[in-house]
Design a protein around this ligand. Structure first.
Ligand code: PXG
Length: 452
């Protein structure tokens, strides 16, 4: 192993006593199962993770949809190292540092139209809660403070803050946590296997589901609705590409009633769908975009909101010593995250990673669709450099087959994939080569057969 990866079997085994597995309560993880046979990662380089034993695992998920530039990329690593030595931390309340301003400008330049202003947070969850709070405060400032209702969508994932789980539409993320935000409603999700199975890209069927917003407006009255938030492509609940024309229709209805439209682009931002943002891919301008994950290729926690000029301008009133938005985080625009972001955006640009992703979308879709016909494969969906494969459940437990696929994938086939329910999700770093796509697909085939 290269000296860049000191996490060799030896020193890791020494550093991790058996009881060390007890203390960390892992997030969104079956803890007891994990601790019996951990899927442990000690290093990473390019397209691969490296286990403490030195085994190379093909990264089929860009970590968690974040590491779009691949792992251990020198320019990003060096930017972080240099930044840590130069300015480790500086407060963002009443003070600023140049790289956060530069990064905000670069992100605004990538966003379509007059999405000109960037508010930094540290995760997708914080980005979502920030966007929802900006929407509510915006209507207050505009003298329409009765617009408090927030509309999400079934099967939507908007992180784990109380705002995000309220507008989100994943039952398990909601049911354990008592009272959520009041005054929330949900659009129907857009997936229908009967009409859409094995669609490459945006399915033909389903644009009419946006019209349900008309029903919600009729029920609650537009004057009570602040914002609609959707992921352009629902990611976490199994990759649901938007039906053709659906997002345009949502925009039209929001415009008709003066409702703000928020695109949660935590997954779709920064190249995953072949564009800087899905808003560009679909030619639909939202009022706010939330981002996180790939903004700095997952290297340092960062998220944020891009707001249209009219929203920002609405706040910039009153005496100029008074804070305009009572919101922010200690680590908003953190110097390390900002430096990593600048280096990452350079890398995306210099390696044409968004354009490359766009150009190979068909090849990717064809490669993944070759898995159709394997045992238990009920549906496959693709979009950009994203794919999802739905498996049939085994009789005694929903989710068991996909779980086995993820576990065996790591331990037996040297491939990391994500699962949700019975869906396998594949979202590799954008630097993946054609040969690695072939390798990924053949590993997937072997895994699917092994859990038949
Ligand atoms: N919005 C969207 C659309 C997301 O996908 C978040 C908000 C929350 O981001 P943070 O940084 O707070 O986790 C997300 C996160 C998966 C998976 O397997 C997806 C996410 C997180 C973990 C797993 O699909 N998305």
């Amino acid at each position: 192993m290269s000296p860049a990866h000191p996490a060799t079997a030896d020193n890791l085994a020494r550093s991790l006593a058996p009881n060390d597995l007890d203390a960390w309560w892992l997030p969104f993880t079956a803890n007891r199962n994990f601790k019996k046979n951990p899927r442990m990662i000690a290093g990473a380089e390019g397209m691969h993770y490296i286990t403490p034993e030195g085994k190379k695992i093909l990264d089929g998920v860009a970590g968690l949809w974040c590491c779009n530039a691949g792992h251990g990329r020198k320019p990003i690593v060096e930017a972080i190292q240099k930044q840590a030595a130069e300015l480790d931390y500086s407060p963002a309340f009443q003070f600023g540092h140049p790289k956060a301003f530069q990064l905000a400008s670069r992100i605004a330049a990538l966003a379509p139209g007059d999405l000109d202003h960037v508010f930094f947070a540290n995760s997708g969850s914080e980005a979502v809660d920030t966007a929802l709070k900006i929407a509510l405060a915006y209507w207050n400032i505009k003298g329409e403070g009765q617009r408090t209702r927030l509309i999400g969508r079934e099967r939507g994932y908007h992180g784990v803050g109380f705002g995000g789980i309220s507008v989100g539409g994943i039952v398990n993320n909601r049911k354990f946590f008592g009272s959520l935000l009041a005054g929330v409603d949900h659009l129907p999700h857009t997936y229908n296997r009967e009409h859409q199975a094995f669609s490459k890209g945006e399915p033909e069927w389903g644009a009419h589901l946006a019209d349900d917003l008309e029903r919600i407006v009729t029920l609650h009255d537009a004057s009570t609705i602040a914002a609609v938030i959707v992921e352009p492509m629902a990611g976490s609940t199994g990759v649901l590409p938007p039906p053709k024309g659906y997002l345009k229709r949502l925009r039209e209805i929001c415009d008709k009633y003066g409702i703000l439209l928020i695109f949660d682009e935590v997954i779709s931002g920064f190249g995953r769908l072949g564009y800087a943002f899905a808003a560009e891919r679909y030619g639909v301008q939202p009022d706010m975009i939330t981002f996180a994950k790939a903004v700095n290729s997952g290297t340092v926690p960062m998220g944020g909101v891009i707001a249209r000029k009219g929203i920002y301008d609405a706040f910039m009133k009153g005496p100029d010593h008074v804070i305009e938005l009572f919101h922010g985080y200690t680590y908003s625009g953190h110097p390390l995250a900002a430096a990593a972001g600048l280096a990452t955006l350079d890398l995306y640009r210099d390696e044409n990673l968004f354009e490359k992703t766009r150009a190979r979308e068909d090849k990717w879709a064809d490669a993944i669709m070759s898995l159709k016909g394997l045992p238990n494969v009920l549906d496959i969906r693709t979009l950009g450099l994203v794919a999802a494969i739905d498996l049939a459940s085994i009789p005694d437990g929903f989710g068991k087959r996909a779980f086995a696929a993820m576990d065996k994938g790591f331990h037996d086939h040297n491939l990391m994939i994500r699962i949700t329910g019975e869906t396998l999700a594949v979202t590799p770093p954008l630097i993946i080569t054609d040969n690695e796509i072939d390798e990924l697909v053949s590993k997937l085939a072997a895994i699917i057969k092994s859990v038949a």
